[in-house]
Design a protein around this ligand. Structure first.
Ligand code: B16
Ligand code: MG
Length: 214
């Protein structure tokens, strides 16, 4: 029987991809090149440093580790400026309702995100109180598809991985949840989320019945 739900942030609870894209695009332009929205899709769920490395590869630009760190900080400063203005109306359809449904049913909730800015985002949109635990890029050393973020999420709730269901929009996150021994609900298009136990377009399509039947 499921005892907890662990949610990814970007693409599941809110859509911060649009802000990441703007900030990364500004950085690429600053370095003298550009990248497409299609390429940006490949950055979803990917850590900040790895995202930068991919963008530099696309632009054919080489930077030292020290320079990479400065560039990642610069991008993050622009990104933080944007997320500081986020409002509750940016919560994805059905996300708040499903969180409340799960909590009212006596289940625990945790966040399992690659982002180091997850607390700021959850505070700005007014959802932070709905999470029993928050595990994000500040707490892990291995990125998805490594299961670390979700295993730490389960552990922080005092539960076994098999008691938890993960909600994820990125294939690396689906793989991470499966590697951790958890059930996973993919958010988005089933063609891109192989292995998920169920795929829905968004949390507005979720309910307790579907959760218990996984
Ligand atoms: P930050 P998620 C991920 O969030 C984003 O999808 C990804 O684009 C971003 O690079 C990553 O967080 C790190 O974010 O720069 O804020 O630490 O989908 O894992 O919630
Ligand atoms: Mg995501």
């Amino acid at each position: 029987m499921v005892k907890a739900c662990i949610f990814d942030l970007d693409g599941v609870i809110v859509d911060t991809a649009v802000y990441h894209f703007k900030a990364w695009k500004r950085l690429a332009n600053h370095l003298g090149f550009d990248f497409t929205e299609e390429e940006n899709e490949k950055l979803k769920g990917v850590s900040r440093v790895r995202s930068l490395q991919l963008i530099l590869e696309w632009g054919g630009v080489e930077k030292t580790t020290k320079e990479q760190s400065k560039l990642a900080d610069l991008k993050n400063s622009w990104y933080v400026e944007m997320i500081k203005e986020m409002k509750p109306d940016e919560i994805l359809p059905g996300a708040e309702e499903f969180l409340l449904m799960v909590r009212n049913a006596g289940l625990k909730t945790a966040l399992g995100s690659a982002s180091k800015n997850s607390r700021t985002i959850l505070e700005k949109v007014g959802l932070i109180e709905l999470f029993d635990s928050i595990i994000d890029g500040n707490n892990v050393s291995a990125s998805k598809p490594d299961p670390e973020v979700f295993l730490k999420g389960a552990e922080s709730l005092g539960l076994n991985p098999a008691d938890c269901v993960v909600f994820e929009d990125a294939i690396a996150g689906v793989e991470a949840a499966l590697a951790g021994g958890m059930k996973v609900v993919g958010i988005g298009d089933s063609a891109n989320l192989n292995g998920a136990n169920l795929v829905v377009a968004g949390l507005h399509e979720m309910n307790l019945d579907k959760l218990y039947k996984l």
